[in-house]
Design a protein around this ligand. Structure first.
Ligand code: G3D
Ligand code: MG
Length: 186
């Protein structure tokens, strides 16, 4: 790459969704990731919160505007599904390490929907959240890794939205994978 090219700023806008059973920590993860630097637009008729955040990958001269869709309650989900996924590039698939049913439904429900509604190749990162609750943990790390491999998630990461552990990393894994899929060097 020439010096001129290296200086050129690249800008992208991507929509991502955050999926998982109720109370796994989707909204908490988003809030942690965004802290004060974001804009939020709640759409009551959709039952979804649409959050915008700009991510700056200075090392590769790239800015990404993320448009993140979060379900504000699960009840309207069935009605808005197709709109929820429209134009979406990637997903964070979240389960709660203290509840096995949330782990099982990643594959049986959330990934299934994502694949059904995303026509092109979408990417997804698997997240095991609430690792601060060590005494209540029922899903071991190995199980998470195995599932990620089985469902061909691009990455697997464990987080604590409560402690702010691995949050930025989780979102950046997804963003970088989306960029890679678009042929952008990161
Ligand atoms: P959801 O958006 O997936 O439905 P929320 O989930 O983000 O609303 O979180 C559900 C509950 O789990 C909240 O508790 C929240 O504080 C808690 N939570 C989220 N992430 C973590 C985490 O990493 N560790 C712990 N210990 N708790 C977490 P409340 O009591 O407010 O309902
Ligand atoms: Mg929520």
């Amino acid at each position: 790459m020439s010096t001129e090219e290296a200086k050129e700023l690249r800008e992208f806008v991507y929509k991502i969704v955050i999926l998982g059973e109720a109370a796994v920590g989707k909204t908490s993860l988003l809030n942690r990731f965004c802290e004060e630097n974001f804009q939020e637009d709640y759409k009551p008729t959709l039952g979804a919160n649409i959050i915008r955040k700009d991510v700056d990958l200075e090392e590769v001269n790239t800015k990404i505007r993320l448009i993140m869709w979060d379900l504000a309650g699960q009840e309207k989900y069935n009605v808005i599904r197709s709109m929820y996924f429209q134009g979406c590039e990637g997903a964070l698939l979240v389960y709660d390490v203290t509840r096995y049913n949330t782990f099982d439904s990643v594959k049986s429900r959330w990934l299934r929907d994502f694949k059904k509604y995303i026509r092109k190749e979408g990417v997804y990162v698997l997240i095991g959240n609430k690792i601060d609750l060590t005494d209540d943990r029922v899903v071991p790390t190995e199980k998470g890794k195995d599932l990620a491999e089985k469902i061909k998630a691009s990455h697997f990461i464990e987080t604590s939205a409560k402690l702010g552990e691995n949050i930025e990393e989780a979102f950046l894994l997804l963003v970088k994978q989306i960029l890679t899929n678009h042929g952008v060097n990161v």
